[in-house]
Design a protein around this ligand. Structure first.
Ligand code: ATP
Ligand code: MG
Length: 747
């Protein structure tokens, strides 16, 4: 356990001290509707971690109350993830659906107490009757039904006698409550669907608010830890357990901030879209932030747990820099894995004054690493170096091989370029070199000075391998989906060359390829005939420079502090409720806006001009908020009116999401009107199929190989074509239109 206790552990420790519980019992309650992602890892680390730290236990519970989206393959993925992270859920996995009979009985009990009723208003009426933050709600006339009538109707709902939406079961709490969640919340709804575990047994399914607290109670959970968006549900949680007068001890809910990482998209729904569209190769694509993706890419469980530990547990939502996660894996592998040589882009070098062959001693680890181990490196007259390590006309500060500059071959000799051989096109195909016999690594008496050492492999013994160079999946900080994909997120090198022991002796699964990065033997596609290595991460943060202007790196860390949440003022609370309940914002965004007076006034001003609450809120809580971190409202060059104008263009599809971001950047710099910027730069979204079709035709023509593969059944390539078209239009093509057209043309 880290020395400083986070606020959750403080609560747990206090409860134990006060004798509230004999044992700490937590649970991790995912909905099995997608593969778990790094956000879930955070929740797993917290729930299982706390249980372990206090000698309790943590249940793995599938929250399977939404039958249409759930599937056993997701259950398996969730189990895999927990296990891989090194946690143990005990004898069995729990399912909320196992408690359906008990939960049903509790509902009957509430009906008998006069605390629940069958309502028959339609959806729209229910919404209307609920009122708003400023207006109390009013109770449905059906709330007066007698206990007998309610019991009868509820039983018939269960038996499938009614259509979906005809009736619902509601708790009878308070239609005037300030917390709108308490205005007679829904407990059961009718669903005529097949459930992957209970089949067609049930025609009613319990709602989260009713099922969750009771499942916790049934399992003897002591601390029910969830993310901030459930803050307002806490009152319902308590009401249900208290009203039923259950025998103590009972669980209590505690909330922490969701993990958000820049350049990463974390909703299971959006990830499912990426998987289904074929932009990525399945849920375990190494570019995805799924646990299965990190695992396949080569991340270690330790690195992910360290990351979760480092960022701490916060009470306010914020964004973590993805480079922090990349740092954790680099840091973990740095001292653990052997260093070997792989030449990714080979250039032949013939050493004209070398005869025969030899085996050189080469340590797997540098001197400052405590691990030991070494291998023999074959060396002979013909070797390969990387093309990037030779320059005929070097730029200033280039320290590797040039016509005038010798270089050291790592673990071997110093060589010097004598002649450059080119093909008919003028491309360099070979270097003829001399080596210095007295310059052998570890016994150098040559006196020759070099400025760097490069990797190489011996031509006669090197093995050919496939190397998959992964980079970040998204090229922007808060990606929305397919249109923000980094076109260079995967490069496949079919014939890189690696020193032989890596393949013949397999000293490890993970390696540092000297000067290239960390790599992992792909657990699915690797075979002795065709070894495949995935790039886990580079040696340095290659994105640091690119994003430096946007955001100082330390900032993300600074806001992640442990501590108590500052309560909202009354005015903030009113805004928060309005944003969440009336305008339909998610609780994170509503929270960000409501708690910041500058942002909320900016938001209100923009709303009064163009009423698209959700899109406006997203832009203001992200992009505008970022600008306001460094500036005051009055020093911003752009105005709320202009942001409203920008959103209007998004809404009427004049511009795409991607372009909107570009335009916003320009507004920040120049203060020009978005319409002006769009016109001046020709950024109008292209939605006209007759303009897009020729671009698609061209791309189809250029990629005949992929077309053939697609037609042969590799439908995953659809995403490739869509991406190419978007790229060719500089992001201006309307992604929806492109998707439809490409699918049509490839048929
Ligand atoms: P998503 O929106 O990505 O589908 P979710 O919240 O619907 O996620 P669940 O499967 O319902 O996912 O969540 C299981 C547990 O994981 C919950 O307790 C939830 O609070 C937690 N969790 C999900 N995403 C995150 C995250 N980004 N950070 C921390 N915890 C998370
Ligand atoms: Mg969910």
């Amino acid at each position: 356990m880290s020395e400083r206790k986070d606020f959750l552990r403080t609560i747990v420790a206090d409860d134990l001290k006060a004798g509230k519980y004999d044992e700490v019992v937590t649970r991790f309650p995912p909905e099995p509707n997608g593969f778990p992602h790094i956000g879930h890892a955070k929740s797993i680390a917290i729930n299982f971690g706390i249980a372990r730290d206090y000698d309790g236990h943590c249940n793995l519970r599938m929250d399977d109350t939404n039958p249409t989206t759930e599937d056993t393959k997701y259950v398996e993925a969730l189990k895999d993830a927990v296990e891989w992270l090194g946690f143990d859920w005990g004898d069995s996995v729990y399912f909320t659906s196992d408690y359906f009979p008990k939960i049903y009985d509790y509902a009957i009990e509430l009906i008998k107490m006069g605390k629940a009723y069958v309502d028959s208003l339609n959806e729209e009426e229910i919404r209307e009757y609920r009122g708003t933050v400023n207006e109390v709600g009013k109770r449905s006339k059906y709330a007066q039904r007698s206990v007998e009538e309610n019991l009868d109707l509820f039983e018939r709902m269960k038996n499938g006698e009614f259509k979906e939406g005809e009736h619902i079961l509601r708790a009878k709490i308070d239609m005037t409550a300030a917390n709108m969640k308490m205005r007679d919340p829904l407990m059961y709804r009718i669903r005529h669907v097949h459930h992957f575990r209970t089949g067609d047994e049930w025609a009613v399914y319990p709602m989260y608010d009713f099922a969750h607290c009771l499942s916790d109670y049934i399992e003897g959970v002591s601390h029910s830890i969830c993310t901030l968006e459930f803050e307002n549900n806490r009152d319902v949680y308590n009401w249900v357990l208290d009203t039923l007068g259950l025998e103590p001890p009972r669980p209590y809910q505690h909330e922490f901030a969701r993990l958000g990482i820049n350049y990463t998209m974390m909703s299971k729904r959006k990830l499912l879209e990426l998987v289904q569209s074929g932009v990525v190769n399945g849920w375990d694509d190494p570019r995805l932030p799924t646990i299965a993706g990190y695992k396949r890419k080569g991340y270690t469980p330790e690195s992910i747990l360290n990351f979760c530990d480092q960022i701490g547990i916060a009470k306010a939502n914020s964004m973590v820099d993805v480079s922090q996660l990349e740092f954790c894996i680099r840091d973990d592998l740095n001292t653990k894995v052997p260093r070997v040589m792989c030449v990714i882009n080979p250039l032949k070098v013939s050493i004209i004054n070398y005869e025969g062959s030899e085996e050189l001693d080469a340590s797997y680890y540098p001197e400052d690493v405590p691990k030991e181990g070494s291998r023999k490196l074959p060396f002979s007259k013909e070797i390969y170096i990387d093309r990037d390590d030779f320059m005929e006309n070097p730029s200033k500060g280039y320290f590797r091989l040039t016509p005038d500059q010798p270089v050291r071959l790592k673990h071997a000799y110093i060589i010097e370029c004598k002649e450059i051989i080119k093909d008919a096109d003028g491309d360099i195909v070979e270097i003829k070199a001399h080596y210095y016999p007295k310059s052998k690594s570890g016994a150098d008496t040559s006196g020759i000075k070099v400025k760097s050492a490069i990797q190489w492999v011996d031509a006669a013994t090197a093995k050919e391998v496939e190397v998959r160079l992964y980079d970040r999946l998204f090229s922007c900080e808060s990606p929305e989906g397919i249109e923000d994909i980094n076109p260079d997120s995967l490069k496949v090198i079919k014939s890189a060359l690696i020193e032989p022991v890596v393949i013949t002796e397999k000293p490890d699964e993970r390696f540092q390829f000297e000067r290239e990065g960390y790599f992992y033997a792909d657990p699915v596609d690797y075979s002795d005939e065709k070894p495949v290595f995935n790039k886990i991460v580079g040696l340095k943060d290659s994105w640091a420079k690119k994003s430096k202007e946007n955001k100082p790196k330390s900032q993300a860390k600074k806001v992640q502090i442990d501590g108590e949440v500052i309560p909202m003022s009354e005015a903030e609370q009113v805004l928060f409720e309005k944003y969440q309940n009336e305008l339909g914002l998610n609780s994170e965004v509503a929270n960000t806006l409501a708690r910041d007076e500058q942002l909320s006034s900016f938001y209100e001003a923009a709303l009064s001009i163009h009423n698209t609450p959700i899109t406006l809120a997203n832009i203001i809580s992200n992009e505008v908020a970022r600008e306001l971190k460094e500036k005051t409202l009055s020093s911003l060059k752009f105005t709320a009116v202009q942001v409203a104008e920008l959103v209007k263009m998004l809404d009427d599809t004049t511009i795409s999401n991607k372009i909107a971001k570009l335009v916003f950047e320009e507004m920040v710099k120049s203060g020009d009107n978005p319409t002006q910027i769009v016109e001046a730069k020709g950024l109008i979204q292209i939605s006209d199929p007759s303009k897009i079709a020729p671009i698609i035709d061209e791309i189809i023509e250029k990629n005949s190989e992929n077309v053939a593969k697609f037609k042969a059944g590799n439908t995953k390539l659809l995403g490739f074509f869509v991406g190419q078209v978007l790229k060719a239009t500089g992001g201006k093509a309307n992604p929806k239109v492109v998707n439809a057209l490409v699918a049509e043309k490839l048929q």
